[in-house]
Write a protein that binds this ligand. Structure first.
Ligand code: SF4
Length: 366
């Protein structure tokens, strides 16, 4: 897998999807030496199961561990520290990681209990946990989801789980963006596998999961987050830590520069209604949508776009927005996705990104 690539797989079986993406990325070749200490860093910010939109599906870690062990890698650890105020041990138990570690015989490290040392992160001193620094190949497993302060959390911000609690508090006092960017100059992001199965609409604690039935891999954490921002309907400029990380030389902040490779088609298994149940805010936005056999990733792009619109804009929508394979070959007024190309106005893409849908809807209103 090349540094500018993003590999995408759609579906409803996260373990299989993770294995498929690892094979296609030739992850074993990227790691190299079989003796390397490999770290898996999920997002277990709170002790709530992945279906609620906040935490990484343990099945993704399971699929990866199976792949790694099959390829002769045995020195594997899962490491994470929940946010201040939550207990990582509870998260390990409630999110299925304690059981996973037992079954697969891998070490589980609670970074809240770890020691840490300060490192020079290109102009900022930041403490980083010893266990994370000891890892020789880090696989970052973030959830693509909304965040109440930074709008988006994905790869770059997920590394906040490998700093001590006192440092997490300081990050908040510094406004998050700058320290997040600087932290990533001293931590590893060797391979990133993003859980886009049902990340939350706008809150890092979950509660409003948006079923999207997708995971994607990247090697450039900045490009990864820039592309994720676009999927969620944001311009990269709205999320300052992406641009700051690019300035620090950590990667490319222009999602248009991503070479996206889809390993299957969204029209397969991941249909709306078969993935996780959407949350209350998502159901509220669904009143503007007429859905017929829509793929989850397409539907999610529309929901993310609608969530970016204010009440006045939503009130100006004339009629419902059609989406889904059930509209293929049909006529109508306003539709999203290639399946509605017979409509008077249709947003192209299969699936389109949230940003593309948002731009299209605003254009129609004007
Ligand atoms: S355009 Fe149609 S086939 Fe493509 S993702 Fe959307 S609903 Fe699925």
């Amino acid at each position: 897998m090349e540094k500018n690539e993003i590999l995408v797989v759609y579906g409803v079986h996260p373990a299989e999807m993770a294995g498929k993406i690892a094979e296609e990325a030739r992850l074993a070749e990227l790691i190299g030496d079989k003796k390397k200490r490999i770290g898996l860093k999920p997002n277990l910010v709170v002790a709530r199961p992945a279906e609620e939109g906040a935490t990484t599906h343990p099945e993704i870690a399971a699929g990866l561990i199976d792949y790694l062990q099959k390829n002769g890698f045995t020195n594997i650890v899962i490491l994470e520290g929940s946010w201040v105020g939550d207990n990582t041990q509870d998260a390990f138990r409630n999110c299925g990681y304690a059981e996973l570690a037992r079954q697969k015989k891998v070490e589980l490290i609670d970074t809240q209990l770890d020691k840490a040392k300060p490192y020079d992160c290109k102009g900022m001193k930041i403490e980083i946990c010893d266990s994370a620094r000891a890892v020789e190949f880090m696989i970052n497993l973030p959830v693509m989801k909304g965040h109440c302060q930074t709008l988006l959390t994905c790869a770059l911000k997920n590394n906040k789980g490998i700093i001590p609690d006192r440092e997490k508090r300081r990050f908040h006092s510094l406004g998050l963006h700058k320290p997040i960017a600087h932290l990533n100059t001293a931590v590893r992001n060797d391979f990133i596998l993003v859980d886009g199965i049902c990340g939350d609409l706008d809150f890092e604690e979950g509660g409003n999961p948006v079923p999207a039935g997708r995971i994607f891999a990247a090697r450039d954490p900045v490009l990864c987050d820039a592309w994720a921002a676009e999927q969620m309907g944001y311009a990269v400029s709205e999320i300052p830590y992406i641009g700051l990380a690019e300035k620090l030389g950590l990667g490319v902040g222009d999602p248009k520069k991503a070479a996206v490779r889809e390993l299957n088609q969204p029209g397969g298994a991941a249909k709306v209604g078969k993935a996780a149940q959407p949350g209350g805010k998502v159901r509220e936005l669904a009143q503007y949508v007429e859905e017929a056999e829509a793929c989850s990733a397409c539907y999610a792009a529309l929901i993310f776009a609608l969530s970016r619109m204010d009440r006045n804009e939503l009130a100006r929508l004339k009629g419902k927005i059609a989406i889904g394979q059930g509209f293929r070959g049909k006529k109508g007024v306003l539709g999203v996705g290639r399946c509605t190309q017979g409509f008077t106005a249709s947003c192209p893409g299969c699936p389109p990104s949230g940003a593309e849908v948002l731009g299209f809807l605003r254009e129609q209103m004007n």
